[in-house]
Design a protein around this ligand. Structure first.
Ligand code: ZN
Length: 194
């Protein structure tokens, strides 16, 4: 069953999600929610979906970057983005820390801010300590695009949207990003807009 993805303006996107305990995680309710979020993310399609985006104010998100999502992107662009496939997984009650000071600036979008993209500066390397869908403690070390996905999803769990962090003058509709090749050279674009 697919769930409806709520859009910006819905107060649930601005609330901090509630922590889940291990009993809840193993409950049928949460296990079914995870399954429905997986289906909803794939249908969208998206590389991540946080519980507040389907109206559930919980510290839970699903992530997956599939081979068919990146097959159309050039090897050069993938290398620039540091993007590669990420198997489906669940993060619960995550704690995020930044590793080092390096950052990257790329366009990102959000299923809850339909039709737009903007440049967001994010840490390049992060560590996430969380629980998985079986309630087991997991430490994730991530960099590049995967690190960006984690930061975006964990922001959702704390009531933050990418628009709070974006370079406001880079905001574009997705349609215009294609039309004007906005995504092609982010550094050049930033220099022009500044
Ligand atoms: Zn989002």
């Amino acid at each position: 069953m697919q769930l409806k993805i709520v859009q910006a303006g819905n107060p649930v996107l601005r609330k901090k999600g509630r922590v889940l305990n291990k009993e809840e995680i193993s409950s049928r309710l949460i296990q079914e929610l995870i399954e429905q979020m997986r289906e909803t993310m794939r249908e969208a399609p998206g590389v991540g979906l946080a519980a507040p985006q389907i109206g559930a104010s919980l510290q839970l998100a699903v992530i997956e970057d599939r081979a068919d999502y990146i097959s159309e992107i050039s090897a050069e662009k993938l290398a620039e983005l540091q993007r590669s496939t990420v198997p489906f997984h669940v993060i619960i009650n995550p704690k995020l820390s930044f590793l080092g000071d390096s950052t990257a600036q790329f366009f990102e979008g959000c299923l809850s801010v339909e039709g737009y993209q903007a440049v967001v500066e994010r840490a390049l390397k992060v560590r996430v300590e969380c629980l998985n869908e079986r309630g087991e403690a997991v430490t994730i070390n991530a960099q590049g695009w995967y690190g960006r996905i984690l930061q975006h999803e964990i922001d959702h769990l704390n009531g933050t949207l990418y628009v709070d962090r974006m370079k406001t003058r880079t905001l574009t509709t997705t349609e215009n990003a294609f039309r004007f090749g906005t995504n092609d050279n982010v550094q050049e674009l930033l220099a022009e807009l500044e």
